[in-house]
Design a binder for this molecule. Structure first.
Ligand code: N01
Length: 541
């Protein structure tokens, strides 16, 4: 086996891995497991000191997956499926991290994971036909790299004037202290009202003395209705995993809902039919709400009808009409990533919970004692930044990747990310991205999407090995076609119409391009077809 640092200090050719995988979250772990099983010499580098990726970093109070537990898990090993017991309908972060650790132990993955190793540069060397990765722990050389770096792994901390003068502690939901945070007796400010904040706010509110939420855009959220997992339900899944997984993979987001998807138009139903259907789904909880009709993200009129249903619910739940008005969104529903909650709107009925609207008058600055908006200081002892991520591209671009001819990925992606299938990039041979921009990724259940990508990459590497092919690289035409395809599919929907991180709109200066591809099953079919057709659109040499 190669050693981690192939510096060649003994004068010999430095060690060259077959594959260096970046990231030890669910994608990196499965890549290692699969490639090792196929006899490739693979190593994983990971900046954290343990496995888990997203679930390693996002330890904020209330962090929970909003894909149901029985569907948010690996499918590659039936024994693993049978032995692991989930305890709740939606798993909390600690349980998912325990699962990640169990997987790492069960398959002895850690022996090939180099932790606390941060990639600083990644350069393609044309002459040697290899990648060279500079890390803070040494240099790695490999024929292939797999970027298993996650879609939401580089935190976004907005630059507020005076932030460094704040006297108290600050936290980001995406980089939460492992030892936890004690909020009792404190006045806490939370900036942001996305999925992370929607989960954290009720839990922090239950602990702290005062909570002030700084909201730029009110959010639609639907009750999760989390509960202990019914043992009969778990047993049913375990008895029927193969059929149920197949059913999941046939869905557009690679997950099954508790009520059937209905494909008719929301705008066509009578008032009574519409309300009955929505009430039932509101009661069941979860993303089944958004599968009540086929056109919620396609038709503005249908969308507005569903949005109004949620607005009415906010009015019913929130006691103070002024507070309810502030919490009520008016943008397109499900255009930003939909949220699921446990008592989110209810939390704002508590007298110690305050809401500051920063949509018209942004946060002016952070003072030593609090947050200043429109000249008024809101005193807080601690600040929680629930301000999201530089999604999908942030982590890749931070690694200073250069491809053929020294071209920087940052330059190639100057006008937004360009990939072929979300798997390869023209000019960057032998580099694969797992759930990269241009793949269903964040619009789907991530673990099945990861498995599909890793299986495709593994098949590809095996085929290349059998044919003694040295390089694979997306062709520029294929990449251009794919970028157009992703845009064309997105343009059929309402997704591109709002300021979401799907578009990069949350990061000042980031080019606005819709990054994920809606629709898992047709995408999988295209990937299969491309592989079977001698990797059509990729140049093999
Ligand atoms: O981040 P976000 P997140 N001043 O970008 C606000 C996944 N996830 O961490 O909407 C004031 O959604 C920003 O305001 P606006 C999931 O895919 C999954 O919550 O841009 N406010 C917004 O309210 C999710 O979508 C799970 O106007 C500022 C918030 O910060 C993704 O992670 C759980 C601001 C950021 O919301 C990201 O969610 C949690 C500023 N300058 C997350 N800048 C589960 O599976 C930003 N904001 C359960």
């Amino acid at each position: 086996m190669s050693t981690g640092d192939g510096v060649g200090s003994n004068g010999h050719e430095p060690s060259v891995y077959d594959v260096v995988v970046v990231g030890a979250g669910f994608a990196g772990m499965y890549t290692l497991y699969t490639l090792r099983g196929l006899g490739f010499d693979a190593v994983v580098v990971e900046r954290a000191d343990d496995v888990g990726g997203t679930w390693y970093w996002n330890r904020y109070p209330g962090a929970r997956c909003d894909v149901e537990s029985m569907q948010y898990s690996y499918s590659f090993d039936p024994e693993l499926e049978q032995e692991w017991e989930w305890s709740e309908r939606y798993s909390g972060q600690p349980e998912i991290l325990r699962y990640a650790n169990h997987v790492a132990d069960r398959y002895d993955l850690r022996r090939d994971i180099h932790f606390e190793t941060t990639v600083q540069r990644v350069d393609w060397h044309d002459d040697a036909c290899r990648w060279v990765l500079q890390t803070d722990r040494g240099t790695y050389r490999a024929r292939f790299v797999v970027m298993a770096t996650g879609c939401l792994s580089t935190t976004n901390v907005p630059r507020f004037d005076g932030a460094e003068t704040f006297a108290g502690p600050t936290f980001h939901t995406g980089n939460w202290p492992h030892e936890g945070v004690e909020f009792s007796g404190l006045s806490v400010g939370v900036i942001g009202t996305g999925s992370s904040a929607v989960q954290a706010i009720p839990v922090i509110a239950a602990e702290c003395r005062e909570l002030t939420v700084f909201q730029r855009t009110p959010n639609y959220t639907v009750p999760a209705r989390n509960q202990p997992l019914d043992p009969d339900e778990q047993a049913h899944w375990k008895q029927n995993y193969r059929e149920l997984r197949a059913e999941m993979f046939a869905q557009r987001a690679a997950m099954i809902q508790r009520l059937p998807d209905i494909e008719d138009a929301a705008k066509d139903l009578s008032e009574q039919e519409f309300n009955e259907r929505m009430e039932e789904r509101w009661g069941v909880g979860g993303f089944t709400f958004y599968r009540a009709f086929g056109d919620i993200v396609l038709d503005a009129e249908s969308n507005e009808r569903v949005a109004q249903f949620v607005r009415d619910k906010i009015g019913e739940v929130v006691d103070d009409p002024e507070m309810a008005a502030k919490l009520t969104p008016h943008n397109t529903i499900a255009c930003k990533r939909p949220c699921l909650d446990t008592n989110y709107y209810e939390t704002f009925n508590q007298p110690h919970v305050h809401l500051v609207d920063v949509s018209e008058t942004p946060i002016e600055r952070i003072s030593p004692a609090g947050v200043v908006v429109d000249g008024q200081e809101y005193p807080v002892d601690a600040i929680v930044y629930a301000t999201g991520f530089d999604a999908m591209t942030g982590t890749l671009l931070r690694m200073n990747i250069t491809g053929r001819g020294g071209v920087r990925l940052a330059d190639h992606w100057d006008a937004g990310p360009r990939t072929y299938l979300g798997l390869g990039v023209a000019g960057f041979p032998n580099m694969f991205t797992v759930s990269g921009p241009g793949s269903p990724s964040v619009l789907s259940n991530m673990i099945p999407s990861i498995e599909q990508h890793v299986d495709w990459i593994a098949r590809c590497l095996t085929d290349l090995r059998e044919r003694s092919t040295t390089t694979i690289e997306a062709e520029p035409d294929a990449e251009a076609y794919w970028v157009d395809h992703v845009n064309a599919v997105a343009d059929l929907t309402l997704y591109p119409t709002c300021n979401s991180w799907y578009l990069g709109a949350n990061i000042p200066g980031k080019t606005r391009v819709f990054m994920p591809l809606p629709g898992f099953p047709p995408y999988v079919e295209i990937c299969e077809d491309v592989a079977s057709d001698n990797y059509r659109g990729f140049a093999l040499a």
